[in-house]
Every structure is written in structure tokens, then in C-alpha cells.
Design a protein around this ligand. Structure first.
Ligand code: G3P
Length: 214
């Protein structure tokens, strides 16, 4: 499974990229706003750090506006992926972009049918928001499983990004269910390293080494 980092904070991307396990980056208007910088500046800097798909989201709500923004964002770097919302206009824009060789990520996906429409429109990625489904009492993982089945039934190559990831269990479950990608906030990425038994094991090895070297 590919691991993307879900943030607009360049320092977090730099640290995660340094671990050597980051395949791409996703941002959204909320994450860019948290950075306090312009989207163009942030995406440009990210493209100098990570050589993989970098999602940048459009703000327009009409398809013509989305296409115009996409054409501008696509000039930043060849790795830029245009994130469009799961709406009628978003799907129309996605279809245009797929015909015009602009890669897309259809975001705010909450049902199998929405993912099916995105795949039919030639989306490169779909982003089901698992944490936000959990928040309203659903099980976000059921959606990952549903989309995986639909795409496999018909051979759609659209990649599934498990998004709105809140904790390490989301990452593990998305991997078990065959999501192509998990996009993970920095604080959750850091937690993926941890296990108390690892810490205990290191402490024991070091103490045994100290004893034997005396
Ligand atoms: O990738 C989408 C993600 O940024 C949304 O996460 O935690 O705001 O639901 P969250």
C-alpha cells in the first residue's frame, strides 16, 4: 500500500520524506489554510521534496471554474493531481481532465455509488473519508471494502485513497482491505512506528550489551 502524507505543513512533509516511506502528498483547503501560506507556494515547495502524486484542491464549485483552476495548478509540477469535489460539476470536470491528461482525485466520497461515478469519469484517485463516516456512526471501513469490490468487479484502475485517517488502526484496516493508498496526518504517521514491545526489547538489548561489555 502506498502511504501519502495528508498535510499542508511543509516541515512535516520534510520529516516524513526523510524517513523514506512517503509516496505522495494530499492537501485540501483546510490544510492549506492551517499553513498560513498560498496554495501555489505550498504545492511548489512540496514538489521539490516529494517525487510522487501531490493533490491540490480546486475552490470553484462550477466545472468551468474547476477546469480553469486545474489548468493553472497543473503548471506547478508534473506530479500535481487535481482534487475535485464529488458533485455533478466535479464529475464533469473530472471527465474533461481525464480526456486532457490531467490527473484527478475525486474527494469527499461517502458511498460506493459516488466512487463508481468517479471511476467512470476516469478519476485517477478517489478519496473515501473514513474518519468522517465513523464520526456519524457508520463504519468507514465498510466503504473501503465496498469500493474495492466495485472496482475489482469491473477492472477500474482508479486508485482508492483511504482518507480522513484518524488513528493507526485505520491504516492497518485499509491495508487489510486492499486500499491502494492511505493518506495519513503526520501525528498518525509517527504512531505507526510505535509498539511498547519494541521499546522494551531495545531497552533489554541495550542493558544486556552494557552488562556484557563490562
Ligand atoms: O484527506 C482528507 C482529510 O484531510 C480529511 O480529514 O480529519 O478533516 O476528516 P479530516
Amino acid at each position: 500500500m502506498k502511504l501519502f502524507i495528508d498535510t499542508g505543513i511543509v516541515e512535516e512533509i520534510r520529516k516524513a520524506a526523510d524517513w523514506g516511506i512517503i509516496d505522495g502528498v494530499t492537501t485540501n483547503p483546510t490544510l492549506i489554510a492551517k499553513s498560513g501560506r498560498s496554495q501555489r507556494d505550498v504545492i511548489t515547495e512540496i514538489s521539490e521534496i516529494v517525487d510522487g502524486p501531490i493533490s491540490a484542491e480546486v475552490i470553484a464549485t462550477d466545472s468551468d471554474g474547476m477546469i480553469k483552476e486545474a489548468q493553472e495548478l497543473a503548471t506547478i509540477h508534473k506530479n500535481v493531481i487535481i482534487k475535485v469535489p464529488m458533485t455533478e460539476d466535479g464529475i464533469r470536470a473530472c471527465k474533461w481532465m481525464s480526456k486532457n491528461n490531467i490527473k484527478t482525485n475525486v474527494t469527499l466520497v461517502f458511498s460506493g455509488n459516488q466512487a463508481l461515478l468517479a471511476a467512470k469519469a476516469g478519476a485517477t484517485f478517489v478519496s473515501p473519508f473514513i474518519g468522517r463516516l465513523d464520526d456519524i456512526g457508520h463504519d468507514g471501513m465498510d466503504l473501503i471494502e465496498e469500493i474495492r469490490t466495485i472496482f475489482d468487479n469491473y477492472g477500474y484502475t482508479t486508485e482508492i485513497i483511504a482518507a480522513s485517517v484518524r488513528h493507526p488502526t485505520h491504516v492497518r484496516d485499509a491495508a487489510l482491505l486492499g486500499a491502494d493508498v492511505s493518506t495519513v496526518p503526520f501525528n498518525v504517521l509517527k504512531k505507526l512506528f510505535n509498539h511498547t514491545m519494541t521499546d522494551k526489547g531495545i531497552a533489554a538489548f541495550l542493558s544486556d550489551y552494557e552488562k556484557s561489555s563490562k
